[in-house]
Design a protein around this ligand. Sequence first.
Ligand code: 5GP
Length: 178
Amino acid sequence: MSVIRIHDKEFVKTIPAEEIAAQVKRVADNINRDYAGKRPLLLGVLNGCFMFMSDLMKNLELECEVSFVKLSSYQGSETTGTVTEVIGLSESIEGRDVIIVEDIVDTGLTMHKMLEVLAESNPASLAIASLFLKPARLRVSVDVKYSAFEIPDRFIVGYGLDYDGLGRNLPDVYDVKE
Ligand code: 5GP
């Protein structure tokens, strides 16, 4: 069993790099099939998506483009609650087939808001590809069309995901040790 320490916590290796590569390939194959004849725009949500995006794109055989955004949350009025702002979207997505590429969908609140914001720009279609999905944690209904892994309610790091800034460089995925 491979155990590492990041800041104050110990983590146990749960998903080796080879297994990640196989599942990312499976997601890419599904996108190749579903978007045949189209030219999707893959829209990555930084920072967590960068490794997933890189490996996903290397497995895409169709014409595709890539762009990245960051999200920032701030407290709006009482009626709007938390507002998610999508920062850095430089091109028009009107009429485009957009695939949002995310590291992990947990409560689903971030993706729910992002879908709302992007839909205002009238894309031809909007889909989510998330590396990880925690079904037990979902608090809003959000359609994750492509997910590489469904995982239990545990905090993970590695392959782009961090714990307080560290761990993104790990090629494997680790679960926090209870
Ligand atoms: P949601 O809005 O779906 O609750 O939150 C999604 C975001 O929470 C992800 O993009 C990620 O930044 C963070 N997150 C949720 N679960 C985990 C986890 O297990 N590990 C890490 N490193 N980040 C997580």
